[in-house]
Structures are given as structure tokens and as C-alpha cells.
Design a protein. Structure first.
Length: 198
């Protein structure tokens, strides 16, 4: 996996990307019988804390974000920058806990770093339900900043917040978007063959 021009040496980040792709692949097959294997998936990871000391990409906490980035791309539905998320991702779309949450007071964990970065106005934060329970000080601090906190246990729990769609609606939108892409490829192929015959 590459981040910009910098290689990501952490195997857990690579595993998170693989889990995200496999979870979406399985979900798409079960919902709409689309085989994601014929598509190439590449993630480029950028952090809003990029450049800050100790703010490199590591650990499995971007898994949920990677899964949603893939859903966003496949459905042609952008996620607004004001909605942020963290969580490890399992093969069955389960969202698991992450490190860096659960400290005490104003200096608690990674959320403080995000709030202090102030590069983006955050409106919504999606966190694993287990972290929500174990980090009451941080969750209160985030809520006091005017940010809506959404505890989740499964990737699909967050889709109405991120995409304003249910799982079924997203599946239909992805099916339509993929059919449109395949139609464009067929048209371009046909055009190339016709132009080549002239």
C-alpha cells in the first residue's frame, strides 16, 4: 500500500485495506450478485493530521474509513468532509475498537488531535460502539464541541448518516453505477474498433 509517495510499512493498515475490500466484495455479491474481483481497488490515505509529529498512518483504525471510501467510489456518492470516522473493520462488516480513544480530560487521545487540527468543520463522528462506551470523557468533549457522535457496531449502521441511504438503496445505486461504467467501456471499445476499421 502506498500513501502519496510514502510506503505504509504497517501490516495492520494493509490488512485493514484487504478486509475492507473483502467485506464489500462479499456484501455486493450477497446483495446484487456483482463480482468486485474484476475491479482493481487502490487506496490513497491522507490524514487531516498529516505532517503533525507522530501522526503517521498505523494500526487498523482506518479500516472503516477505507470500506466507506470504496462504497462512496462504487456508488458515485461522495462523503462530506465534515463526517469523520474511525474503527477497525472485519470481514463481515463488523466495526471493532481502535486505540487512542479513552484518555481523560482535554488531552484525551486522537480525537483531541482532530479537534485541534481545525482543518475541517466536523459535524458527525462515527466511532465503534465499544470505544463510545469506554471513552465517556472524550465523547462528552466531542459532543460539547457541537459534533454528533454515532456509535456503530456494523458498517451499515453508519450509511444513513454518511450517504443518506439504507443498505438496500446503496446496493441498487452501486449496481446502476457499475452498469453505467460497463456501458461506457463497451461504447469506448466499440468506438475504438469502428475507428480502427476506417
Amino acid at each position: 500500500m502506498m500513501m502519496g509517495q510514502t510506503s505504509v510499512p504497517d501490516d495492520s493498515v494493509i490488512q485493514s485495506a484487504q478486509n475492507a475490500v473483502e467485506a464489500v466484495r462479499s456484501w455486493l455479491w450477497s446483495k446484487i450478485r456483482v463480482n468486485l474481483a474484476k475491479y482493481h481497488v487502490h487506496f490513497q490515505i491522507r490524514s487531516i493530521l498529516e505532517g503533525a509529529p507522530g501522526a503517521g498512518v498505523s494500526g487498523p483504525s482506518a479500516g472503516y474509513a477505507m470500506l466507506n471510501a470504496l462504497i462512496s467510489e462504487l456508488s458515485n456518492t461522495p462523503i462530506t468532509q465534515s463526517k469523520v470516522m474511525t474503527g477497525s473493520i472485519g470481514l463481515k462488516m463488523d466495526v471493532g475498537p481502535v486505540g487512542g480513544l479513552g484518555g481523560r480530560g482535554r488531552e484525551a487521545g486522537k480525537l483531541v488531535g482532530i479537534l485541534k487540527a481545525e482543518k475541517v468543520k466536523i459535524t458527525d463522528l462515527l466511532v465503534p460502539e465499544s470505544n463510545h462506551r469506554s471513552a465517556p470523557d472524550e465523547m462528552k468533549m466531542v459532543h460539547d464541541e457541537g459534533i454528533s457522535v454515532h456509535p456503530i457496531t456494523n458498517a451499515q449502521d453508519g450509511w444513513p448518516i454518511l450517504f443518506s441511504m439504507t443498505s438496500e438503496e446503496l446496493a441498487r445505486k452501486i449496481r446502476g453505477a457499475l452498469l453505467d461504467r460497463e456501458s461506457l467501456v463497451d461504447i469506448e471499445s466499440t468506438s475504438s474498433r469502428v475507428l480502427g476499421q476506417s
